[in-house]
Design a protein around this ligand. Structure first.
Ligand code: TTP
Ligand code: MG
Length: 227
C-alpha cells in the first residue's frame, strides 16, 4: 500500500502509525471519548461493533449471553474475538487510529470473567483460549497506548440504567464490580496478563463537561506521544 505519510516521515523520522485503545468498564465512556477525538483531523475512529454482536444474521448473541451465559458465552466471545480481530487488521488510512476496546480485553476481561465465575465451561474456555493464543502469536496486533477510563462500578451502574440498552437490563452491580477488578488487576496492578502497551489512566467518574476538559488536557499525551 502506498505510504501517504512519507513526506511527513522525512521531517519526523519517528513518525509511525499510532494506535490507541480506550479501555474501561461497560459504560465507562469509551464511545464518548472516541466521538470527542473523531473531530480532530487525521484521526480514524473505530467504534465497537456492538451492533454486530446484537445482530448476526438475525440472531442476537449479546442478548442470548446475558440470558444464559453458560450456554451462549462461547458463542458471543468467539464472535467478539472475530469482530475485534477484523478491526485490528484493517489497513490504516490516517496516522492515528483510535479503536474502542480490543481483542485483549475481550479475552482478558470478559471471557476470563465468564470462566472465573463458573459460567463458561472449561472446554469452552480452552477452545476460546487456543484460538486467542493462535491469533496473537501469528497475527501482528500492535498497540501504542491504552487509555484506561477508570471508573467506579457504581458510576457505570448508574450510567447503564440511564442508557437502558435492552440486553443489559439484567446486569447487576456485582457484574460491573467483577469487570472492574479484572481491569484493575490487568492495567493497574499488573497481576494478571501481559499489558500490550503503556497505559494512560484517566479518572472517568466525572460528568461530561469535566471529561471533555480532561480529554483536552491530555490531548498531547493521547495523540502525540509517539513523535
Ligand atoms: P462495552 O464494550 O463496554 O461498550 P459500551 O458501549 O457499553 O461502553 P462505553 O459506554 O464505555 O462506550 O460493552 C458493550 C456490551 O458488550 C456490554 O454489554 C458488554 C458486552 N461485552 C461482552 O459481553 N463481551 C466482550 O468481550 C465485550 C468486549 C463486551
Ligand atoms: Mg461504547
Amino acid at each position: 500500500m502506498e505510504d501517504v505519510f512519507s513526506p511527513l516521515r522525512s521531517v519526523c523520522p519517528s513518525l509511525c502509525m499510532w494506535k490507541l485503545l480506550p479501555e474501561g468498564n461497560i459504560a465507562s465512556g469509551k464511545t464518548t471519548c472516541l466521538e470527542y477525538f473523531s473531530k480532530t483531523s487525521d484521526i480514524e475512529v473505530l467504534t465497537e461493533p456492538v451492533s454486530k454482536w446484537r445482530n448476526v444474521q438475525g440472531c442476537n448473541p449479546l442478548g442470548l449471553m446475558y440470558q444464559d451465559p453458560s450456554r451462549w458465552g462461547l458463542t458471543l466471545q468467539t464472535y467478539v474475538q472475530l469482530t475485534m480481530l477484523d478491526r485490528h487488521v484493517l489497513p490504516m488510512s490516517t496516522p492515528v487510529r483510535m479503536m474502542e476496546r480490543s481483542i485483549y480485553s475481550a479475552k482478558y476481561i470478559f471471557a476470563e470473567n465468564l470462566y472465573k465465575s463458573g459460567k463458561m465451561p472449561e472446554v469452552d474456555f480452552a477452545v476460546l483460549s487456543e484460538w486467542f493464543e493462535w491469533i496473537i502469536k501469528n497475527i501482528a496486533i500492535p498497540v501504542d497506548l491504552i487509555v484506561y477510563l477508570q471508573t467506579s462500578p457504581q458510576t457505570c451502574y448508574e450510567r447503564l440504567k440511564q442508557r437502558c440498552r435492552e440486553e443489559e437490563k439484567v446486569i447487576p452491580l456485582e457484574y460491573l464490580e467483577s469487570i472492574h477488578n479484572l481491569y484493575e488487576d490487568w492495567l493497574i496492578h499488573h497481576k494478571s496478563f501481559e499489558v500490550p502497551a503503556p497505559v494512560l489512566v484517566i479518572p472517568a467518574d466525572h460528568d461530561l463537561k469535566k471529561m471533555l476538559h480532561q480529554y483536552e488536557e491530555n490531548r498531547e499525551k493521547i495523540l502525540m506521544a509517539h513523535c
